[in-house]
Design a protein around this ligand. Sequence first.
Ligand code: GTP
Ligand code: MG
Length: 335
Amino acid sequence: RTRRPPAECRHDIDAFTPGLLALYESLKPSEEHMSKQKQLVDSLAKSVSKEWPNAQMHLYGSCANSFGTSHSDVDVCLEMEIGTEGAVEVLLRLADVLRTDGFENVEAITGARVPIVRMSDPGSGFSCDICINNLLAVANTKLLKDYAQIDQRLPQLAFLVKHWAKQRAVNETYRGTLSSYAYVLMCISFLQQREPKILPCLQAMEPTYALTVDGTECAYFDKIDQLQGFGADNKASIAELLWGFFHYWASQHHYKRDVISVRLGKTISKQEKSWTTRVGNDRHLMCIEDPFEIGHDLGRVVDRQTIRILREEMERAAAVLQYDDDPCVTLFEPY
Ligand code: GTP
Ligand code: MG
């Protein structure tokens, strides 16, 4: 294991802010990328409307929540009546339609928690996931996008954390590490708990937006223009926050006891959520509550082995930011 970093960050940490911000700028998708993405969405809409003229298309995930990089895939949700035919049958039919229309590597993945069709666009090479009637994902996409507009340190922090996670191979849910969505929630939660706060807790405020999806109420304050400058009293730089984030997950988070909750803007105990014992495959070793589906733990994929890997990577990251001569490079070295 790496050296355990002390509770205070190095005094010259701000020297690394310009380098980190330059990296952030380089990760943001280019104009060209955005226009190719739009072309893909337009041609997909054409294919879908031939077969399902009443279907509505929503973008979700990082192509719509403002946390997308040039490497992100395109996530699409089709909203439609599916009648007696199940979603799986619809997806299989969709896969056929897409193959006929020239999309490549079309594959229906129907065994997953959220069944999808995955394909790639020959024009752009982008990979695209399509699901049906997953409106909770559309709602949480809007929540993330709204948070991103309150303080620019959120997108900056989240891009750097996502980039770190991809480089260090800890952004692979099928191998027991965390999704990008989970990392963004960890960043929001971290900024909600700074002193003074950098982000508010939108779900604890008077709701101005409400949507009920399959009996789950998604409600929060979404008048973001009224929250401009919310975090201005906190002057922390992005270098300090990035170190603080890793330091929190390396040595301050109480893994055995606590759940992070963006919904409440603080941690709550596993006990309160009855997440103390393993239920089915949900191990609850690292607990991240979904803001709307509150019974859903985004850390459920983590097991005894991968939690160790995750914690070691968090410790490494905190130590690199603390001691390394060139942390902007070392931190993101491929695993
Ligand atoms: P990148 O594609 O890595 O840039 O990030 P992303 O934001 O698109 O994240 P990801 O592909 O992990 O997830 C896509 C969207 O699915 C998220 O933004 C959420 O809206 C939604 N989602 C809801 N529940 C889950 C879940 O349990 N796991 C994941 N991965 N996504 C979920
Ligand atoms: Mg995605």
